[in-house]
Design a protein around this ligand. Structure first.
Ligand SMILES: C[S@@+](CC[C@H](N)C(=O)[O-])C[C@H]1O[C@@H](n2cnc3c(N)ncnc32)[C@H](O)[C@@H]1O
Length: 343
């Protein structure tokens, strides 16, 4: 099998199933991000994406629909084998053959973490039905190890959107609205994934130096972003035309070159994170809570202030209040004081 290795990547020109058997040891990959062929007839695919195919490289290898279930089971079984325990896998899938991918996943021990919907632009124009404008991203883990999930890698828990919502929560919702990249005049694979989408998965689910696998390299988008973010990459592409065209581009990618483009999340250090509470702490907490409550602050404000004072996170304060059986006292509309514990 033809291959190319540079300092951070090894790429094979060949079938990912037999290639994985020969070239990838068990339990060796930290994260797999992959986008298998969709099992849609070529001409229809062109119509489906509604665009000029002049710059699309010939040679995208499709899998006939009749073979799709068997094919999916074979490559997903290999993906499971090569993932480290605790490793993550993201599979991008259209709707047509999603059922085969899900059935294959259910025949493995891989465990579902999220079913993400990726909403994109450039849906296909239709008159008599709704416009298809989403893909599925199946996010699974291999059980048996601690899974990397870099909670504050993109937005700190304290960061707020303009509407006052948590930025971190918004970024971690399971519907991702990310536009496709329109690359006029550039040589490309039929369906390249946008950099923003890949960056998000790589940031949350891996660390610098980790090994990222892609069984279906296509335009090598996953590889480019992963190496740009200082990860290592191993992958396969069966089409020789695609492989040859893209491997030239890989030679120019500098490890870590995308890191300076990432935003720096603002992360507040929680001084006493993980420390146990003393009896004295509980007494002080009760006093401070009662006093702030009497001053008319709402529960959210009180918890935020106590978090600062005690060097603890929101949930630690909530838990300590519950344990001390401290009740929030709110003025009712009628002006009377009503005792209740907010949920
Ligand atoms: C949907 S594309 C991948 C696109 C890629 N994620 C990108 O962003 O450019 C799927 C690719 O898998 C390749 N392919 C099909 N069967 C394969 C196989 N058995 N082993 C490796 N690659 C295969 C196709 O030629 C195609 O380039």
């Amino acid at each position: 099998m033809k291959s190319f290795t540079n300092n951070n990547g090894t790429f094979y020109n060949g079938d990912c199933i037999s290639g994985a058997v020969t070239h990838i040891p068990d339990n060796s990959i930290d994260l797999i991000i992959t986008d298998p062929p969709y099992g849609i007839n070529g001409d229809k695919l062109q119509k489906h994406y509604n665009r000029n195919e002049e710059f699309v490289i010939e040679g995208y290898v499709e899998i006939p629909q009749t073979e799709y279930a068997d094919f999916s089971l074979k490559w997903i079984t290999q993906a499971e084998r090569v993932l480290k325990p605790g490793g993550s896998i993201y599979i991008v899938s259209g709707y047509t053959n999603l059922i085969d991918i899900l059935n294959a996943l259910r025949q493995t021990d891989l465990k579902e973490i999220n079913h993400i919907i990726w909403k994109y632009n450039f849906g296909v124009f239709t008159r008599q039905k709704y416009i298809s404008s989403h893909y599925h991203i199946l996010f699974y883990e291999k059980p048996g190890g601690r899974r990397t999930f870099n909670l504050e890698s993109r937005f700190g828990l304290v960061e707020k959107t303009e509407e006052g919502r948590s930025h971190n929560n918004a970024d971690r919702e399971d519907v991702w609205i990310i536009n496709r990249e329109y690359k006029p005049g550039q040589i490309k694979n039929k369906n390249e994934l946008p950099m923003k989408l890949l960056t998000k998965m790589i940031q949350y689910s891996s660390n610098e130096g980790d090994l990222v696998g892609d069984f279906f390299l296509g335009g090598f988008s996953t590889a480019k972003v992963a190496i740009g973010l200082n990860r290592r990459v191993i992958g396969f592409e069966i089409s020789e035309a695609m492989y040859d065209a893209k491997i030239i581009e890989m030679e120019k990618i500098i490890p870590g070159q995308l890191i300076s483009n990432l935003r720096s999340p603002s992360i507040k250090e929680i001084k006493n994170l993980g420390q146990s509470w003393t009896e004295e702490d509980y007494v002080k907490l009760t006093k401070r809570f009662t006093s702030l409550n009497a001053n008319g602050k709402n529960k959210k404000q009180i918890i935020a202030e106590l978090g600062e004072e005690f060097g603890r996170g929101h949930w630690a304060i909530e838990k300590a209040l519950k344990k001390s059986d401290i009740k929030f006292v709110k003025k009712s509309k009628a002006g009377k004081l009503t005792d209740f514990l907010e949920k």
